[in-house]
Design a protein around this ligand. Structure first.
Ligand code: BTN
Length: 266
């Protein structure tokens, strides 16, 4: 375990960081009180060919949290923000499935904590609770160390959205807003990591059960949606997710099979 900066009143004690290593598949934790982005840190570390995972880069706050494309990840203290750097053995062609599988693991872990509330996946990598975004996932491939994967996850836990900018209040939610009480970040993180370990093992096994689980949680299925594919926009009725993790959109000119793109309306 490595504490990069030591702050006595932080949310993670040394005992918490030890507990994370003892109770999960993570071999090492690098903890930051504040950092620009845990994903950026993971990508920098991945340039070193000696790096082996699973390494957990955990931050109490980020000054430049990254999202997909040009998105930024906003979160006040109380959120979970971390990146797992690991060798998953997942071939590149299975990457669309990796996003969905990470989202599924987050859904399942949080459902285990909340017990009653249903969580959904907004393709390709957001987790929704009660129709609002609870978690964002950003998976990046280090170019210099191709066998590694950087899995960045942000989850709103005790950072009530009451204090967030107005546009975010309408679209995002924190676990403490749903449950009306706060949670131990360490306990939530242990549950998410354990579920991630279990689910990541299923990728590449042609696992029908895994696909069934993404499909039943797809927030967009049967909605009229708009997708920006970069070079063009498509709109139509979402027909779910195919076996490879692509989103299916029934448009006036036929079925679009989308492996990448941004949902602009749903
Ligand atoms: C998105 O909503 O587009 C994805 C957001 C991903 C945010 C997490 S927070 C931890 C990790 N570090 C980052 O800079 N981003 C991811």
């Amino acid at each position: 375990m490595q504490r990069v900066i030591n702050k006595p009143d932080g949310q993670f004690t040394d005992a918490d960081l030890d507990h994370l290593v003892k109770s999960t598949f993570v071999e090492r934790v690098e903890f930051h009180d504040a950092i620009d982005s845990t994903n950026q840190r993971a990508m920098d570390l991945a340039r070193n060919s000696a790096i082996r995972g699973p390494l957990l880069i955990l931050a109490e706050s980020q000054t430049n949290g990254r999202g997909r494309g040009t998105n930024r990840w906003w979160a006040e203290p109380g959120a979970l923000t971390f990146t797992l750097l690991l060798d998953t053995g997942i071939p590149q062609r299975h990457l669309p499935q990796a996003s969905l599988t990470v989202g599924l693991a987050v859904c399942e872990a949080i459902e285990g904590i909340l017990e009653t509330t249903e969580m959904q996946i907004k393709w390709p990598n957001d987790v929704y609770c009660q129709q609002r975004k609870l978690s964002g996932i950003l998976i990046e491939l280090p170019t210099t160390n191709a066998h590694l994967l950087a899995i960045g996850i942000g989850i709103n836990i005790n950072n009530s959205l009451e204090r967030a900018p107005e546009d975010l209040q309408a679209t995002a939610v924190a676990l403490s807003d749903v449950a009306q009480h706060e949670f131990s970040l360490t306990n939530v993180l242990v549950k998410v990591l354990n579920q991630l370990e279990a689910r990541l093992e299923c990728i590449g096994r042609n696992d029908g059960e895994l696909r069934a689980r993404w499909r039943e949680r797809c927030l967009l299925t049967n909605r009229t949606i708009q997708m920006d594919l970069g070079t063009r926009k498509v709109s139509g009725r979402c027909r779910g997710i195919d076996d490879d993790g692509a989103l299916l959109i029934e448009t006036d000119s036929g079925l679009e099979v989308c492996f990448a793109g941004s949902i602009t309306h749903f």
